[in-house]
Design a protein around this ligand. Sequence first.
Ligand SMILES: Nc1ncnc2c1ncn2[C@@H]1O[C@H](COP(=O)(O)OP(=O)(O)OP(=O)(O)O)[C@@H](O)[C@H]1O
Ligand SMILES: [Mg+2]
Length: 326
Amino acid sequence: MKAIEINNLVKRFVSKNEKIVALDDISFSIDEGKIFSLLGPNGAGKTTTIKILATLLLPDSGQAKICGYDVVKNDLLVRKTLGTVLPGERTLFWKLTVKENLAYFSDLYGLNPKYSRKRIEYLLNKFEINDRKDTYVEKLSTGLRQRVVLCRALLSDPRVIILDEPTLGLDPEASRNLRNIIKEIKDEGKTILLTTHYMYEADELSDMVAIINKGKIVSIDTPVNLKKNLDIERNITITSRNFTSNFIENIRQEFFTEVKKEINEDGILKISFYLKKKDDALSKIIKIASEHDIIVDNIALSEPTLEDVFINKTGKKFAEIEVSAK
Ligand SMILES: Nc1ncnc2c1ncn2[C@@H]1O[C@H](COP(=O)(O)OP(=O)(O)OP(=O)(O)O)[C@@H](O)[C@H]1O
Ligand SMILES: [Mg+2]
């Protein structure tokens, strides 16, 4: 069974007499025990997807299931199976301590008091906030507060966790800590769906990434495959002390490309050019260099990033979309 299964989900909103198609027929599924990221710019439909899965919003059409439970027909069972973290700081009571918050939510979720006492202790230790258990939430840093929010989502030991922009607003160190915690949660066998608009975050954490744009899934694969299967130009830089114009001309002909030359402070000449495909370019270059008696100090081939994948699939830069969406 799939941990999450979404089929042909459609959601429209009407805002100021304008019709918005927030989700335009999206489908994907997530295997148990995996981390799956929905990566997309502002307004792409990430939160709408999360809210439908969390039974906070009804879809117009299509189906979504969590561990086999339909989010519309079996909403109570879905809520029991899920731990949800939505964006925003006001998801805890600021005038209660960390422990009081977790105890309150345990009661609210109807958890057995003996179980919840142990569970809270376990989570506080696991997330290294036990020493802050008697601190008022309003006194915590945003990073620590986000850890408490995660503890809350994990109180009932749910099989599936959904996190909407979990690292939004955190400083780099707090983000890194939270990413490590997310990996630890996965190691406990949980399935995690997260949304992000940080490319590196999706790249680092995910077993699978779905790129979503304007309510449509434009690509789904592992981060490695998304980058590997991308047929874009790659930049190659060769450094040497004894380039010759014949060698450069040979490179130009072999790869049909402009060659940029540049000398750095050490007097080392660097040439850069674009390759259409990776193929066996490196071995070709080394062969040509050896035919010309060129001593190559270094060859660097730029690897595509998820951002390159995004640009390639949508025809737009991530930042451009972010700006135009505002
Ligand atoms: N309650 C609502 N009423 C009207 N329009 C809405 C509502 N909720 C979302 N939308 C619109 O639906 C689209 C998708 O929004 P959604 O919040 O799912 O995007 P997102 O990918 O989470 O974006 P962000 O990165 O900004 O969080 C946007 O155009 C948004 O303005
Ligand atoms: Mg959102």
